[in-house]
Write a protein that binds this ligand. Structure first.
Ligand SMILES: Cc1cc2nc3c(=O)[nH]c(=O)nc-3n(C[C@H](O)[C@H](O)[C@H](O)COP(=O)(O)OP(=O)(O)OC[C@H]3O[C@@H](n4cnc5c(N)ncnc54)[C@H](O)[C@@H]3O)c2cc1C
Length: 646
């Protein structure tokens, strides 16, 4: 048992499906080495895909097109309401249309460096290779990417890079990409290869003879508890940023699908790696339940600053140039306003901690477009960012054409998730995980516009190839509804629902969620310390106990019951929150989005400890202290150095 008695350490874990040899050839090698399923046999095989965002939608559509029988699930009323629709800024690809020095190798390098050397080289290289194909596929589907005057697709820059490789569709890139994937999915629904189950929430995984063979889902309209079986299960259920209550994620985003799989044996990797996005609209009060992102693309033209003097309350337009501190341009002259998110977020926190923040409570910095408007003209700025400016004005009542935006960091994305190998298979055979739900290719910090790239790479290109190696082991024995594993999974779901409904306490699920979120933000947010994390773990445990005695879930199961949905998700968030804090506590280094106050350079940058922490932390669920399995990270093509954007 570890000295603090919070976890034990188990055997190291290895990614045995990762091919070796020159990095450029590994993906080809894996595809050639994997077994195929012939087209006539595919229709005899079935796959469940949980999630219809960019990762799940593209995966289900592609598997359907290949001829497998797919069952696709989402909790929204339509697959195209998945949270991916919210993505604004763009999607990266190493097309080098601009001739500005981009290449597959540079995208690979930027992503490994951006992730603070905590991701796998083989995976990231494959991601960069596949990025090029994604754009072609989406253009062929009719996704209306922005174009330049000459007709080529336009690009812009995102943080952490010096080239312009981000493809976009105004400020609605996610929506347009999702419409592309959705059309492909609906085509398969019409063709009969994909069966669609909307308003169904997966509440348990079914494991038979050690392999994933199905799910238990609740029909959210009638409350019926259903079991669905298949030959393999794919989780594409998104990220868990809502453990913080306030985040830029859609309110429905939750951890239940992956957490239930974790409880059944899938290792959960790097849970503490959370991305805090620097450009969000600051919180306006305690009543709020959601934070709004202002896309990172705005940092292409917007300049970030605060007053030089502490407590300067003047109207920003009255503060002369020499009394402004464009601190990102000053501290990081090479990357300026386009430093990666973790760096920009911490810098904003630092200037606010110094007492130079602006707006209510001093928790804000300016993002100013005055220079860009003067240089490019109002119309050009409106063409690029029009809908984002409008959204900002509607929420704050201030017009960014006239006064600088006020922004502050907020929880945005989770790099942690279920551990997967190079084939995207979890530690449970037959359980594959794609998109934000897996522990991903982004290491300790994801670069902007790389989540859409990864989700679509996983769904359109990687999974459809790698899953065939697993399905080729079929045909698989049919699992009957009365199989003991199915019955047990179903009973555990009904038992849990009954328990939640029977407590009949005096606190709403939301009140617990809000309190948990505040704790997580304070102790496991932008800055973490040994003392704070220990405090958080104790308090989470107390609060969880209180939840199971005081939560009030009105209504019944056999109806649309949003309090019941929330309560189930919050119960899982409690368990996840504790693991996040244990992960953050054990990683005494700083890296990327995980900033340990005890581990910083003299100028306040994250200080990694490669000797002791160059590994993926993959956690095993035991019901008591979790077990840590380390996957060693080796770098052959990129040299691990202290990250610098100066
Ligand atoms: C405001 C905002 C803007 C962003 N902008 C960008 C950007 O410009 N570029 C970029 O690269 N990234 C961006 N991101 C990140 C990116 O949007 C997400 O990481 C990505 O869309 C996640 O896709 P996904 O398919 O993995 O999951 P999601 O889109 O979250 O989809 C999850 C799916 O799983 C389903 N689901 C979940 N749990 C269950 C369950 N238990 N049972 C049944 N169904 C379930 C949901 O119904 C949904 O269909 C942004 C994120 C936010 C919050």
């Amino acid at each position: 048992m570890n000295s603090v008695n919070l976890f034990t350490e188990g055997e190291p874990i290895r990614d045995t499906s990762a091919p070796e040899g020159p990095i450029e050839e590994r993906w080809d090698k894996r595809r050639f080495g994997g077994k195929l399923v012939n087209p006539a046999n595919r229709r005899k095989l079935s796959v469940i895909v949980v999630g219809t965002g960019l990762a799940g939608g593209s995966a289900a559509a592609t598997l359907g097109e290949l001829g497998y029988h797919v069952k696709s699930f989402c909790y929204q009323d339509s697959p195209r309401r998945a949270h991916s629709i919210a993505a604004q800024g763009g999607i990266n690809a190493a097309k080098n249309y601009r001739n500005d020095g981009d290449s597959i190798h540079r995208l690979f390098y930027d992503t490994v460096k951006g992730g603070d050397y905590r991701s796998r080289e083989s995976n990231v290289y494959r991601l960069a290779q596949v990025s090029v194909e994604i754009i072609d596929q989406c253009v062929a589907q009719g996704v209306p990417f922005a174009r330049e005057y000459g007709g080529l697709l336009d690009t812009r820059s995102f943080g952490g890079v010096q080239v312009s490789r981000t493809f976009y569709a105004r400020g609605q890139t996610g929506q347009q990409l999702l419409l592309g994937a959705y059309q492909a999915l609906e085509r398969q629904v019409a063709a009969g290869t994909v069966e669609m189950f909307t308003r169904h929430e997966m509440l348990e995984l079914i494991i038979v003879d050690g392999a994933a063979r199905g799910i238990v889902a609740r029909d959210m309209v009638t409350g019926e508890i259903e079991t669905h079986t298949a030959d393999a299960v794919v989780l594409a259920s998104g990220g868990y940023g809502n453990v913080f209550f306030l985040s830029t994620n859609a309110k429905g985003c939750n951890v239940t699908a992956t957490w239930r799989a974790h409880r059944k044996g899938a290792l959960f990797a790097n849970p503490c790696y959370t991305q805090i996005h620097p450009t969000c609209i600051p919180q306006s009060g305690d009543h709020q339940s959601k934070l709004t992102l202002m896309s990172e693309s705005l940092r292409n033209d917007g300049r970030v600053w605060v007053p030089v003097a502490k407590g300067d309350k003047r109207d920003p337009r009255e503060i002369p140039e020499d009394e402004r501190d464009y601190y990102l341009e000053r501290i990081y002259p090479s990357f300026g306003n386009l430093v990666p998110r973790d760096i920009a977020s911490r810098a904003a926190k630092n200037v606010c901690d110094e007492g130079r923040g602006v707006g209510p409570g001093g928790l804000g910095v300016y993002l100013d477009f005055a220079d860009a408007i003067q240089r490019l003209g109002r119309k050009a700025v409106a063409d690029k960012y029009g809908n984002l400016f409008e959204m900002y004005e509607r929420i704050t009542g201030e017009d960014p054409f006239e006064v600088p935006m006020r922004i502050y960091p907020a929880v945005h994305y989770t790099m942690g998730g279920l551990w997967v190998d190079y084939d995207l298979q979890s530690t449970i055979p037959g359980l594959f995980v794609v998109g934000e739900a897996n522990f991903s290719d982004h290491g300790a910090n994801r670069l902007g516009a790389s989540a859409l790239m990864q989700g679509l790479a996983d769904g359109y290109f990687v999974l459809p190839n790698t899953i065939s190696d697993y399905l080729a082991k079929g045909p698989f024995p049919k699992v009957a509804d009365d199989h003991e594993a199915v019955v047990e999974a179903r009973e555990s779901v009904t038992g849990r629902i009954e328990r939640l409904l029977s407590i009949d306490g005096d606190r709403t699920p939301d009140s617990f969620h809000r309190e948990l979120g505040a704790l997580m933000w304070e102790y496991c947010g932008m800055e973490r310390t040994d003392e704070g994390l220990r405090k958080a773990i104790d308090r989470i445990r107390e609060l969880r106990e209180e939840f199971w005695t005081r939560v009030k879930v009105p209504g019944e199961n056999e109806e649309l019951n949003q309090a019941l949905e929330k309560a189930g998700r919050i119960a899982d968030f409690f368990e996840l929150a504790e693991l996040m804090c244990i992960d953050a506590l054990h990683r005494t280094e700083s890296c990327g989005g995980h900033f340990r106050a005890e581990s910083q350079t003299p100028d306040g940058e994250a200080l990694r400890d490669d000797e002791n922490f160059a590994y993926v932390a993959a956690w095993e669920y035991t019901g008591e202290a979790p077990v840590l399995h380390k996957e060693n990270l080796e770098y052959e093509y990129v040299k691990m150095v202290q990250r610098s954007y100066k």
